[in-house]
Write a protein that binds this ligand. Structure first.
Ligand code: NI
Length: 193
């Protein structure tokens, strides 16, 4: 398992709702936490590791021995209120790149836990921002898509570098073709969606 980087096609895929969780998937989620900590991230969406399913993980402390490990399955965000605020975001799929993104300050989030229990949370601050960023991933949206046109123009060159690098790695066969990716998605979706 590895973290996919922009513009990998799985990052643009709208992920499918999860219908069941089994031991294999729990093991996969454990690996996601380990990968996230290794990359010093606070959140990771399943499609960032080529899993086209609606789940993401969060630990705001970014460390295995601190904070709380949270798993959000089939998350839905509603009732943004309290206005919006701008803050800098980064993404493990766009390493080294940061940009200002405006988002609702407070949101209500409904999701299922790993144990299949539905829960609701009122989020604010970094927690709200992180969950909105991760939920965006499940819809194929990346933080530069949320930046103002002027702010995005400033990072366009960096995005171009990612795109060129991706194209050349694909050219050498290091990265799977669209057909191979589609087969992988179908396998996961057939098993869990
Ligand atoms: Ni991200």
């Amino acid at each position: 398992m590895q973290i996919l980087t922009y513009p990998h096609p799985t990052l643009r895929r709208v992920s499918k709702p999860l219908r069941r969780v089994d031991a294999d998937l729990r093991k996969t989620i454990r690996q996601m936490f380990d990968l996230m900590y290794a990359a010093k991230g606070i959140g990771l969406a399943a499609n960032q590791v080529d899993l086209p399913l609606r789940l993401f993980i969060v630990n705001l402390e970014a460390k295995p021995d601190a904070g709380e490990e949270l798993v959000f399955i089939n998350p839905v965000i509603s009732l943004p209120r309290g206005g919006s605020e701008e803050a800098e975001e980064g993404c493990l799929s766009l390493p080294g790149l940061y940009g200002q993104v405006v988002r609702p300050k407070q949101v209500r989030l409904n999701a299922y836990s790993l144990q299949g229990k539905e829960f609701e949370a009122e989020l604010s601050g970094l927690f709200a921002r992180c969950c909105q960023h991760e939920l965006d991933h499940l819809d194929g949206v990346l933080f530069p898509d949320r930046m103002s046109a002027t702010a995005r123009a400033d990072i366009q060159e960096d995005l171009d570098v990612f795109e060129t690098d991706f194209a050349s790695r694909r050219g050498t066969g290091e990265l799977p073709s669209d057909e191979e990716l589609a087969r992988g998605w179908a396998q996961w979706e057939g098993k869990y969606a």
